[in-house]
Design a protein. Structure first.
Length: 314
């Protein structure tokens, strides 16, 4: 039985396999300070890792998928990607805010996919990203990547800031003929008090807007979001994938990956050189490394609530 089926039927997991994907976050800080950012900023006393050989070796042994998610692409990030590719023969995914990716054209052939963050029309994006002109930079990166023969994906954090002008934003995305993936903003400790969040009613209204626009991927993970959206989600026919639940509605693909499944199958390789489950990688607490015991403990703790939830609509 796969993990998604285990959650649906038992609500508890009994084993931990190698991670299916690892997000690599080599930098402890960023050039932006987005309102929604899930990371803590301006950390001091970060131990600098000079040699990433053992971590790269671990990734190769796991035979996992790797995404370079942060926060900006730097020389050491480029070296890491090149060394990982040499050791594994694999490409990586990358997420960028548009400011750094074009600086390193020599490794563009090593990208399996590229996500560029664009959070709405220019005015809304710049507010959410905390920097005037950052939207223009992101679009320039998209154009530059296309000119280089890549097929970048627009990655959007949907929020009360950008939903008001969502129609205009989607028109822009459609005109640019670029694929899009979006996620409703999560409320976490790192963005508390800084980022406006949706109420349940607002979230349902926003979700209907996303469904009625152009083709896209909507990614859901937060149990609170799924609970709020139950009256809508129940109307769809869902398929149980290995690590998620999916449905397609008029060209819009909805993928729900419960946090317990993310915990079991994903890891974060942090700037201190250690591996964490994603919920522990936040805020640089770094109290718990991703041992099998920790992974199972966290996944089963979250699974109790998610089991009841998925049974409501899958
Ligand atoms: S969301 Fe990404 S680009 Fe924005 S501050 Fe956080 S790490 Fe940087």
């Amino acid at each position: 039985m796969n993990y998604a089926m285990e959650l649906l039927e038992n609500g508890q997991y009994t084993n931990v396999s190698n991670p299916k994907y690892v997000a690599v976050t080599l930098e402890s800080d960023c050039n932006l300070f987005c309102k929604h950012c899930y990371w803590t900023h301006n950390k001091s006393n970060i131990p600098e890792v000079l040699d990433w050989s053992s971590q790269i070796q671990q990734l190769v042994e796991w035979d996992t998928e790797v995404a370079y998610a942060g926060r900006t692409l730097t020389e050491r990030g480029v070296q890491f990607i090149e060394r990982y590719h040499k050791a594994s023969g694999k490409q990586i995914g990358i997420v960028d805010n548009g400011y750094t990716i074009l600086k390193f054209p020599s490794i563009m052939h090593l990208y399996e996919y590229v996500n560029i963050s664009v959070d709405g029309i220019a005015r809304d994006h710049d507010v959410q990203r905390g920097k005037k002109g950052s939207c223009e930079v992101a679009w320039k990166a998209i154009c530059g990547l296309k000119q280089a023969g890549l097929d970048p994906i627009i990655s959007t954090c949907v929020s009360p800031i950008n939903i008001r002008n969502w129609g205009a934003f989607e028109e822009q995305v459609c005109e640019s003929d670029t694929r899009m993936s979006c996620t409703p903003v999560l409320g976490v400790k790192g963005n508390k008090g800084r980022m406006p969040l949706f109420s349940e009613t607002e979230l349902r209204t926003a979700f209907k807007k996303l469904l009625s626009g152009c083709g896209k991927l909507i990614k859901l993970s937060d149990p609170a979001h799924v609970r709020a959206l139950l009256p809508i989600l129940r109307d769809f026919t869902w398929e149980v994938d290995e690590v998620s639940y999916e449905t397609e509605v008029g060209g819009v693909l909805i993928s729900y990956q419960p946090l317990s499944l993310d915990t079991l199958t994903g890891r974060n390789l942090s700037w201190n050189g250690k591996f964490y489950v994603n919920v522990d990688a936040d805020d640089s607490l770094f109290d718990f490394q991703a041992t099998d015991k920790r992974v199972l403990e966290v996944a089963n703790m979250i699974a109790k609530e998610e089991h009841l939830l998925v049974r409501e609509f899958i």
